[in-house]
Design a protein around this ligand. Structure first.
Ligand code: ACM
Length: 269
């Protein structure tokens, strides 16, 4: 069994050092093979000024990255954390993946930007990565929050062999609670949603983050789910073999039954 820890965590907006201290204490208490933090966990979410966000965003050798990198090595865990990335004069809403062997984190840049995010972030250009961990014999796919709305994201990850799709999130609506389990069922994969709680106000607008961090199995059942408020850490054991058998019954296999030659029409003209 592979132990997956999902952290439901509420960062303080704009207070990176304070958030890194809190995150470091949380990691200290976790025993797991894979640890997933929410989207933008070091900075908070509701940025509308590039100048403000640029003071907090960082590259793969920044302060937060160095902290996570050391933690991944000392805890012998893969750590996935949503962070604001600064690269080549641009800002991306990214997920950094830190490995127990150390070294540069892999970076996934959010493909589908939500609501006011385009004011500060560039759309991601990395595609959807699947990471192979030899020691765990695990294929880990990455997407971020609003990527849930696009079945193509999870499908690409599943077709590339993901056993589990991890989705650092800052979810502010409710439909995902129906759709994330569907992403698990339609691809027969585990889906791990690490969401935040709390709220952030900009001007006269307040965003409320919905919590309910959850691990869905390949049949769409929530094996474990947190409540809508409060910080918590869920630790769940998964067997990746459950995601590799794509049979639906004795005669159907949901991947072998696909008809990709008919799907080209999905590209909008
Ligand atoms: C979201 O993509 N943060 C809803």
């Amino acid at each position: 069994m592979i132990r997956i820890a999902l952290v439901q965590y509420t960062p303080v907006y704009g207070r990176k050092s304070q958030n890194l201290e809190a995150i470091s204490r949380i990691i200290e208490g976790i025993e797991a093979d894979v640890v997933v933090f929410p989207e933008l966990c070091t900075t908070g979410y509701f940025f509308t000024s590039k100048e403000e966000l640029a003071t907090l965003a960082e590259g793969t050798d920044g302060e937060a990255a160095m902290m996570f990198r050391a933690a991944a090595v000392s805890k012998r865990a893969i750590i996935v954390a949503g962070m604001a990335e600064a690269s080549g004069g641009h800002l991306f809403n990214s997920a950094f993946v830190f490995r127990p062997e150390g070294g540069e984190p892999l970076v996934y840049r959010k493909s589908h930007l939500f609501y006011l995010e385009p004011l500060v972030f560039e759309p991601g250009d990395t595609g959807f990565p699947v990471i192979r961990d030899e020691r765990l014999d695990l294929y880990l796919g990455i997407m971020l929050c609003y990527d849930w709305r696009f079945p193509e994201a999870a499908r690409c990850l599943a077709l590339d062999g993901a056993d589990i799709i991890v989705c650092p999130s800052n979810l502010v609506t409710d439909a995902w609670m129906k759709v994330m389990p569907a992403r698990a069922i339609e691809n027969k994969v585990f889906v791990a949603v690490a969401n935040r709680t709390g709220s952030e106000t900009k001007g006269d607008e307040t965003l409320v983050f919905k919590g309910r961090t959850a691990l869905y199995d390949p049949w769409g059942e929530a094996i474990l789910q947190a409540g809508p408020t409060g910080d918590s850490v869920l630790v769940v054991g998964i067997d990746p073999a459950a995601a590799r058998d794509k049979r639906f019954n004795d005669r159907n296999d949901i991947f072998l039954d696909r008809r990709p030659e008919l799907y080209g029409r999905l590209i909008r003209r």
